[in-house]
Design a protein around this ligand. Structure first.
Ligand code: PMP
Length: 366
C-alpha cells in the first residue's frame, strides 16, 4: 500500500514512473538485461543519456552556450566542486547565507579560498526573510556570488535570482524543475537529483561555457568540469539507473505540459496550504510571505506535544514523513512536482480535523 509521502528527499516519485520501472526492470528495452546490468558505454545506454539530456534541455530551455552535466557526489559534491572549478586565480567568492544549505556550502568553500559572506539571514528572528539587497556586501573582485534558491529545511525561497554584476551560482537541489530558470542571471546552477528528478547520488550541473578554464590544479578529475564536459559526463561509470529514472520523469513533465504548466500547479498547491496555515489561528509558518517556498512548506503547532501527536496521527492516516528537519523541528510538508494536488487537499483536511480534535472534542489532544 503506497502512502502519501511528504519526504523532503529522497522524495516521492511519480507513480506511473515507478510502475514503468517495475514493468521493465528485468528486461530493459528488449536488452535481455536490467538497466542495472547494461554497459554504460553501450549504444542503448549512450542513447538513453542523450535523450535524458535533450529532454532536460527542452524542459529548462537551456541555452546552447551552457553545458549540461550529470555528475557523482550529490548536492554536497558540488559544494566542493564549485570553488575548485570557479574560484580562479584570486580565490575569492561571496556567499549569501539564507539557511542550512547555503551555510554548509560556504563552510566547504572555505577549505579552498577566501570566502566572504554577502548577507546572513538570522534564523533567531522571525519571520525569516531574505536580507534586502541594499544590505548585501558583494566584493566586485569575487569570482562568483553563491546562493541556495530554496532552503529545504526552513522553506525560504528566492522568488528571483540575485541581480549582481559578478557571476551567480545557484544551488537548485530542492527547486529545480519547479519553475523556469532565468539563464541570463546565472553562470552555473547545480541540483542533487533526489527531490524533483529521481534517485539520489547524482547531481545536475549546468554551466556557461566561459567557466571551464579556471579550475585549480588540485581539482580531482572526477569533479573537473572541463574533464566531464570532454567526456560527456562519462569520465567514470555513470549510474545509468539514475539517468533512466530521471529520463522517465523528464518525459512525464513534458507530457504534463512542461515547466510553466507544472509551475502553475505547484503555485496552487502551495497557496492552498499556506492559506490553510495562515487562516487556522493554530498552525504557524515562520517565513515572510515574500520568500515562502513552493516546495517545502514548514509550520509549527502551539506545543511540541501537539506536534508529536499531529505527526503520529498523520502517519496512522497514511500521511508520512511530515516531521520537520531535526534542527528546526515542527512539521514540513515537501510538496515537490510529484505530489498530486489531491494529496495536498487531503493534508489540509487532516489539518482541519486535527484542530477540531485538539480544541473541541470531549477528550481534546493537549
Ligand atoms: N542542497 C540542498 C538545497 C539540499 O536540500 C540538500 C539535501 N537535502 C543538499 C544540498 C545536499 O544534498 P546531498 O545530500 O545529495 O549531498
Amino acid at each position: 500500500m503506497r502512502k502519501i509521502n511528504f519526504s523532503a528527499g529522497p522524495a516521492a516519485l511519480p507513480e506511473n514512473v515507478l510502475k514503468q520501472v517495475q514493468s521493465e526492470f528485468l528486461d530493459w528495452q528488449g536488452q535481455g538485461a536490467s538497466i542495472l546490468e547494461v554497459p554504460h558505454r553501450g549504444d542503448a545506454a549512450v542513447a538513453l543519456l542523450k535523450e535524458a539530456r535533450d529532454d532536460l534541455r527542452t524542459l529548462l530551455e537551456i541555452p546552447t552556450d551552457f553545458h549540461l552535466l550529470f555528475v557523482h557526489g550529490g548536492g554536497r559534491g558540488q559544494f566542493a566542486s564549485i570553488p575548485l572549478n570557479l574560484l580562479g586565480k584570486n580565490s575569492k567568492a561571496s556567499y549569501l547565507l539564507t539557511g542550512h544549505w547555503s551555510k554548509a556550502a560556504a563552510e566547504e568553500a572555505k577549505l579552498y579560498g577566501d570566502i566572504s559572506i554577502a548577507a546572513n539571514l538570522n534564523e533567531a528572528e522571525t519571520p525569516w526573510c531574505i536580507p534586502e539587497k541594499s544590505t548585501w556586501s558583494v566584493p566586485r573582485d569575487a569570482s562568483y556570488l553563491y546562493y541556495c534558491e530554496n532552503e529545504t529545511l526552513t522553506g525560504v525561497e528566492f522568488q528571483a535570482a540575485p541581480d549582481v554584476s559578478i557571476p551567480v551560482v545557484a544551488d537548485m537541489t530542492s527547486s529545480i524543475l519547479s519553475k523556469p530558470i532565468d539563464w541570463s542571471r546565472h553562470a552555473l546552477i547545480h541540483a542533487g537529483m533526489q527531490k524533483n528528478i529521481g534517485p539520489t547520488g547524482l547531481s545536475v550541473v549546468i554551466l556557461h561555457k566561459d567557466y571551464l578554464s579556471q579550475a585549480m590544479p588540485i581539482t580531482p578529475s572526477i569533479f573537473h568540469y572541463k574533464n566531464q564536459v570532454a567526456h560527456s559526463s562519462g569520465y567514470n561509470t555513470l549510474p545509468m539507473f539514475n539517468v533512466y529514472v530521471a529520463g522517465l520523469v523528464f518525459k512525464a513533465l513534458i507530457k504534463q505540459g512542461g515547466i510553466k504548466a507544472v509551475q502553475a500547479i505547484n503555485k496552487r498547491k502551495a497557496e492552498k496550504l499556506y492559506a490553510a496555515i495562515d487562516g487556522s489561528g493554530f498552525y504557524k509558518n515562520n517565513v515572510d510571505k515574500s520568500c515562502r517556498s513552493t516546495m517545502n512548506v514548514t509550520f509549527h503547532l502551539p506545543t511540541e506535544k501537539l506536534e508529536k501527536q499531529f505527526l503520529r496521527d498523520a502517519s496512522e492516516q497514511g500521511l508520512i514523513n511530515l516531521a520537520g528537519h531535526r534542527t528546526v523541528g515542527g512539521v514540513r510538508a515537501s510538496i515537490y512536482n510529484a505530489m498530486p494536488e489531491s494529496a495536498v487537499d487531503g493534508l489540509i483536511e487532516f489539518m482541519e480535523a486535527f484542530i477540531y480534535r485538539a480544541t473541541h472534542a470531549c477528550h481534546p489532544v493537549t
